[in-house]
Design a protein around this ligand. Structure first.
Ligand code: ADP
Ligand code: ASP
Ligand code: MG
Length: 236
């Protein structure tokens, strides 16, 4: 038995069909008797829509309430997947950032994770639940909702993997691994079998958004084994 964190990005949960496919991937890990924590992004396009909503409302929209608005897309995806899994016989429970809790700094729009309590997550895993947690969101020690910066669900996944001592943190996305450069822009980019934390950190900080820079830092500091996999391809 392994304990794994599986993170699915926006395109991977972008439609009813895609969410059903994610449920199939999660079920395959449950069937293999693994303990599974799933971290989800908002459905593709949803965070941009919410950002635009705040801009349309006011050019001085306060950062603290901006975080309340733009973190909401993730609440929809975790409830959707957990409901779907339960209705198909896979025991699952969602935990929002404040329920875990994932405690962050109070610099809204780009907060840093300071602490994650593993207690409730581990209890739910012991009771044979898949635990489904929204990426990107947290709560300050004063109880305000925060977000981790765009692309921050990668960092949520890695930090949760470190907190629960997961064997792997699998980042499922719309490409099948890390390439020498963006494969959607450069057709002859080569897929890398392995990459060091240092090299990945450099690529991410130069703009390779396949992994948010802070997620690579967090993985390096906590020895989290990261794998980048495609949610559009069947591995099983
Ligand atoms: P998600 O929504 O799953 O978080 P992102 O769009 O944030 O996905 O990241 C995946 C994208 O990263 C890919 O579609 C690809 O275009 C881009 N990308 C940029 N650089 C690289 C790279 N070196 N290797 C792989 N993908 C890359
Ligand atoms: N939904 C957030 C974003 O679009 C976080 C993420 O997807 O990682 O930036
Ligand atoms: Mg991303």
């Amino acid at each position: 038995m392994s304990r794994i964190v599986m993170k699915f990005g926006g395109t991977s949960v972008g439609s009813v069909e895609r969410i059903n496919h994610v449920a199939d991937i999660v079920r395959s890990e449950v069937d293999a008797k693994n303990q599974v924590v799933v971290v989800l992004s908002a459905m593709a396009g949803e965070t941009d829509r919410l950002v635009n909503l705040t801009k349309d409302l006011s050019k001085d929209f306060p950062a603290s309430e901006y975080d309340v608005v733009i973190s909401s897309g993730e609440q929809v995806s975790v409830g959707a997947l957990s409901g779907l899994l339960n209705s198909s016989g896979v025991k699952s429970q969602s935990l929002l950032g404040w329920q875990v809790p994932i405690v962050t700094s109070s610099d809204h729009k780009s907060s840093r994770i300071e602490a994650i309590s593993s207690k409730i997550i581990l209890k739910l895993l012991e009771e044979n639940n898949v635990v489904i947690i929204p990426g990107f969101q947290g709560i300050t020690s004063e109880g305000r909702v925060t977000t981790l910066g765009r692309g921050g669900s990668d960092t949520s996944a890695v930090a949760i993997a470190a907190a629960i001592k997961a064997d792997f943190c699998d980042i499922y996305t719309d490409v099948d691994g890390v390439y020498t450069t963006d494969p959607n822009k450069v057709p002859d980019a080569k897929r890398l079998d392995k990459i060091s934390y240092e090299e990945m950190l450099e690529m991410a900080s130069l703009g390779a958004k396949v992994l948010q820079t802070r997620s690579v830092e967090t993985a390096m500091n906590n020895d989290v084994v990261l794998r980048v996999l495609s949610s559009f391809f069947r591995y099983w």
